[in-house]
Design a protein around this ligand. Structure first.
Ligand code: AHG
Ligand code: MN
Ligand code: MN
Length: 337
């Protein structure tokens, strides 16, 4: 089979957007370059002074690891230099980063990102990831503003994730299916390895942090019990798999079929995950692969966004499994988010 690099694929796909001027292609290429640099550091994390914490906390009150900061800096540098982006929103920055430079004068896009997803796994050699989401700006000119990010997930132009796993993969969608690329370290290029990814309608993996079980809504508790029950006809019990890196858990479930749930808990009544740069991009990819992503009550990509770091519960994965989990929510949980 002929090898197709990410760069070649992006150029070929540009024809899908007859009025595009190639800016989105360049933007995706810039993300690919930053991903390679972050991957290089992740791969030698045990050797260099990059493990551990910086001693500060981010807007979410979470302790910041050095690799979070490194990844954030790399993506910001690549996106600001590229000239296609007028503002960046990141999990690691309280406010948006407006870009005001000569090259970005006519930039038409904004990017929201979680530069390092799965931070708790950095120090222990377990897969981590990056998530990104691209919108067309809504303001007319100058550096971007927070207004440009207050768009529903349905308005995303492109979204993707990078998984720094046993191999490094970049998976993205521009709304015309999902394609996955694996980094070939011998040539330093992402090569098309998973064309037109589709997730099974039904799987037998459920992924949820069961340590929080006592604090889950009744509907989720009942659904988990359903997953654990024995029933030959539906191939239960399902397998429980939870890495704690959303990108890695969702990537596995996308390929083999499964459901990932991060529900509300009594401690986090709005959920833990962030709508703008975690749930919306992952939802876009999952839907494009034939799966579903909801809050447990409604479609993630139709949730109104009011603040940059807004949280939401997430139920996503194989469509039949998400439907079933939502049926349990309807039946047993009255208060909806
Ligand atoms: P981040 O590392 O960017 O803060 O995100 C971690 C997210 C998600 O990727 C993961 O599934 C979940 O939080 C893990 O949270 P728990 O440790 O509470 O299960
Ligand atoms: Mn995250
Ligand atoms: Mn993160």
């Amino acid at each position: 089979m002929k090898t197709q690099t990410l760069g070649q694929f992006i150029i070929e796909k540009q024809a899908d957007f007859p009025f595009a001027k190639g800016e989105l292609s360049r933007l995706l290429r810039d993300i690919g370059i930053a991903a390679k640099i972050v991957n290089r550091e992740v791969n030698k994390a045990g050797l260099v002074e990059i493990l551990g914490e910086t001693g500060t906390t981010n807007i979410q009150g979470e302790r910041v690891k050095k690799l979070d900061v490194f990844a954030n800096d790399q993506f910001i540098a690549a996106l600001s230099a590229g000239g296609e982006v007028c503002a960046i929103a990141s999990e690691e920055n309280d406010e948006i980063i407006p870009i005001d430079s000569e090259v970005s004068k006519s930039a038409r896009y904004v990017v929201a990102m979680d530069p390092l997803d799965g931070s708790s796994n950095i120090d222990v050699n377990v897969s981590v990831g990056t998530i990104f989401s691209i919108y067309r700006r809504t303001t007319l000119s100058g550096p971007g503003t927070v207004e440009d990010f207050m768009q529903r997930g349905t308005e995303q132009v492109a979204a993707g994730y990078i998984i720094y796993g046993s191999s490094c993969m970049l998976v993205y969608t521009t709304g015309k299916g999902v394609n996955g690329f694996t980094l070939d370290p011998s040539i330093g290029e992402f090569c098309l390895s998973h064309p037109n990814m589709q997730t099974p309608k039904m799987g037998h993996v459920y992924s949820v942090n069961e340590g929080n079980y006592l604090h889950f809504p009744e509907g989720v508790k009942k659904y988990i019990k359903y997953c654990q029950d024995e029933d030959k006809a539906t191939n239960r019990p399902f397998s429980s798999r939870y890495i704690g890196s959303g990108v890695a858990d969702i990537h596995r479930n996308l390929i083999v079929g499964g459901i990932y749930i991060y529900p509300t808990t009594t401690k986090s009544p709005k959920g833990k995950l962030r709508l703008l740069y975690e749930c919306n991009p992952l939802a876009f990819i999952i839907e494009q692969a034939g799966g579903k992503a909801t809050t447990g009550g409604k479609r993630i990509m139709e949730v109104d966004i009011k603040e940059l770091h807004q949280r939401t519960p997430l139920f996503c994965g194989s469509s039949e499994m998400v439907d079933m989990a939502m049926d349990f929510m309807t039946k047993y949980t009255k208060e909806k988010v």
